[in-house]
Design a binder for this molecule. Structure first.
Ligand code: HEC
Ligand code: HEC
Ligand code: HEC
Ligand code: HEC
Ligand code: HEC
Ligand code: HEC
Length: 493
């Protein structure tokens, strides 16, 4: 009997188990060391996090797995060669001091291992949910989104609040997705730019609406848009709008306005015939009483059932709440308005947009070219160095040539000037089959009133009923705004 006691046979003394023990012990100390460094550091380092909470635990498990495998193989070998009977149970004789010691060691080892696994896995959980993991660990592919996010109104909202939301099912789904993305990262096979809309993004009810309660939307928003013309004097032209944002269906607040679409009692559904959801030929509106109205464009002869029917939510207008790549027109206008670009430099508005929109392969190349071009056009101008610095900043924050990401790759649906946006449905060409009803459009005061426009004294003349829009070019009404306003208008375009 003595010979067949498993513990006595020392199955763990074999090369595989030994290697496993070394791996396990090594990764265990590595984990401890990284763990201590990580809690001592104030700013989380994405690579340290990966090593501590993903790589080290993986090796620890590998090591333990090898130890067990070694014991198993050794035992099988012993059974085959007849040294041990296959029926020998795993007996432990507590009267033997050695067995007692081994058992105690085993129990303590298990307890410590379980505690560390618990700490490690909560750390791993928190780490893989952190902004630094999502935004910085895969540096190159995530750079555009991370940079844009940091200057968005949501810079203090965590990535996972919008991209995962609460609940275990979505956590697991996101992690499985993550494995897929990791493989794409390792194989360098990710798409440039990363395509949107994101398929399977969690419905806004579970993400956005956890913070923004639709019932409480109310009132108007007074917003000014400051522009400059592409002429020699960079002539200012501003528009001050009163946006009728309106609200959902709280019993004590009026419902209507722009947020009418997300009121619980209205349902607006649509199909898009392109990948970016820019062409919407069919819309279905279910009224509070259940009555259904279907609108379609004249040109659309297809069957809506052949497409994915999507219910409108926040993301159909606010599709860039955290990753807005501003157009060169908007950025240059803002810089002129705030004085970071000097309006007294002739043609600066037009030249700046031209310089920003040349083709550059890398950010470094762009930085050098911006400096060279500004200095060539404004040699010795006292404001030239400031202009160079500002244009380099604008480029750095909004253009990502390595990922082919800039405003052109990501339509913003919240407006109708640079992208079709609201006019995907509100351009006046969506009617019911009998032609009696169509989605409201044409009236420029339906969504906002123009309180004031122009420059200087003109901007003081407020009209609460709304001014008629004054446009530089009188021909504009024959086209939708975005057919000309592509975000890079400049002299001669
Ligand atoms: C306020 C909510 C919000 C936050 C916070 C947020 N995102 Fe997004 N993200 C979105 C939305 C909405 C989209 C676009 C979805 C669409 O068009 O389908 C998006 C798109 C993306 C895309 C796809 C490419 C693109 O630009 O459309 C990536 C990648 C991404 N986000 C990564 C991140 C990372 C990394 C973080 C944290 C650093 C983050 N997001 C934080 C809402 C958010
Ligand atoms: C964790 C809470 C949180 C979540 C989730 C969240 N937001 Fe926000 N949102 C904020 C905060 C905070 C602000 C900034 C408010 C401020 O500065 O006035 C904000 C601002 C906004 C604004 C105003 C932006 C502006 O230009 O002033 C919009 C629009 C918006 N959020 C839409 C969304 C959408 C769409 C989603 C879902 C994709 C979303 N939010 C998810 C907290 C959140
Ligand atoms: C039909 C398009 C549309 C839909 C759908 C929509 N919004 Fe808006 N929302 C707008 C516009 C336009 C504004 C005006 C301000 C702006 O440009 O951001 C706005 C303004 C806001 C603001 C800023 C309000 C303020 O007073 O500063 C928040 C926050 C917001 N929306 C959140 C949401 C959330 C959350 C949802 C989904 C429940 C949603 N929106 C659905 C178009 C929409
Ligand atoms: C997918 C199609 C679609 C898109 C995109 C869309 N709408 Fe609408 N909208 C509708 C439908 C349908 C109605 C209801 C029919 C009507 O009022 O003519 C409506 C109604 C409205 C109303 C009237 C609400 C009321 O009080 O009765 C306003 C205001 C409005 N939309 C603003 C906007 C704005 C601003 C945008 C862009 C940020 C936008 N819509 C984008 C489909 C759309
Ligand atoms: C379906 C609703 C809707 C209709 C109809 C509409 N607008 Fe707008 N408009 C918007 C929204 C939403 C914005 C963007 C607000 C924002 O960016 O915060 C906007 C922005 C603007 C701006 C400022 C853009 C900028 O960058 O300077 C102007 C000017 C403007 N609209 C003019 C018009 C004119 C002219 C018409 C009539 C041909 C019109 N709008 C019809 C919803 C509408
Ligand atoms: C036929 C082409 C065309 C159409 C259509 C058009 N615009 Fe313009 N718009 C221009 C040009 C060209 C300028 C002058 C740009 C410059 O000098 O930089 C301009 C200037 C403007 C400006 C002031 C300066 C600037 O660059 O922003 C605003 C605001 C504006 N347009 C809004 C609109 C709106 C809103 C619509 C749709 C209702 C519209 N435009 C339709 C061509 C057009």
């Amino acid at each position: 009997m003595k010979e067949t006691s498993l513990i006595r046979r020392r199955f763990h003394r074999n090369w595989i188990s030994l290697a496993g023990a070394i791996v396990a012990l090594g990764s265990f100390f590595a984990f401890l060391l990284l763990f201590v460094i990580d809690i001592m550091q104030h700013q989380g380092n994405p690579y340290l996090g990966i090593l501590a909470y993903v790589v080290a635990p993986m090796f620890l498990f590998l090591g333990v797995g090898l130890i067990v495998l070694g014991i198993y193989l050794e035992r099988r070998q012993a059974i085959r060669s007849g040294q041990v009977s296959a029926h020998t149970a795993f007996t432990i004789d507590l009267s033997r001091p050695r067995d007692k010691r081994v058992l105690a060691l085993f129990i303590w080892g298990t307890v410590i291992f379980l505690i560390l696994t618990a700490i490690g896995s909560t750390q791993t959980y928190h780490y893989t949910e952190s902004i630094s993991f999502c935004g910085q660990a895969c540096h190159e592919p995530m750079e555009p989104e991370f940079v844009a996010y940091q200057q968005s109104p949501h810079a203090r909202v965590e990535c996972v609040d919008c991209h995962v939301g609460s609940g275990a099912a979505y956590y697991v789904k996101a992690k499985l997705n993550g494995v897929h993305q990791l493989l794409a990262m390792v194989g360098n096979s990710y798409q440039r730019p990363i395509p949107t809309p994101i398929k399977g993004l969690r419905p806004a009810q579970d993400t956005c609406e956890q913070c923004h309660w639709p019932q409480r939307f109310s009132g108007n928003l007074d917003k000014s848009f400051h522009h400059f013309l592409s002429d020699e004097h960079n002539t200012p032209f501003s528009v001050r709008l009163l946006l009728n944002v309106g609200g959902g269906d709280h019993p004590n607040y009026p419902s209507g306005g722009i947020h009418w679409h997300v009121s619980e009692s209205n349902r607006v559904e649509y199909i898009a015939t392109d990948d970016k959801r820019q062409v919407i030929p069919w819309v279905r509106y279910t009224k509070p009483g259940g009555e259904v109205v279907e609108y379609r464009t004249k040109g659309f002869k297809g069957n809506p059932a052949d497409y994915e029917v999507r219910t409108m939510d926040c993301m159909d207008c606010h599709n860039r709440p955290a990753h807005l790549f501003n157009s060169p027109n908007d950025e240059v206008d803002l810089a002129l308005h705030t004085g970071r670009l000097d309006r007294s430099m002739p043609w600066l508005r037009s030249n700046a947009v031209w310089i920003l929109t040349r083709e550059y392969d890398t950010k470094d190349q762009a930085r050098a070219a911006i400096a060279a071009q500004v200095n060539a056009v404004y040699p010795g101008h006292p404001q030239a160095p400031a202009a160079v610095a500002e244009l380099q900043r604008i480029y750095g924050a909004n253009f990502f040539p390595e990922m082919k990401a800039d405003w052109r790759s990501y339509p913003d649906n919240r407006s109708h000037k640079e992208w079709t946006g609201c006019f995907r449905c509100h351009a006046g060409d969506h009617s019911t089959a009998d032609g009696k009803d169509s989605i409201s459009s044409g009236d420029c005061n339906g969504c906002h009133v123009i309180l004031a426009q122009g420059a200087g004294e003109d901007l003081q003349r407020l009209n609460p009923a709304g001014h008629t829009f004054f446009h530089i070019d009188s021909d504009f009404e024959m086209f939708t705004c975005s057919e000309c306003h592509n975000g890079q208008l400049q002299e001669g375009m």
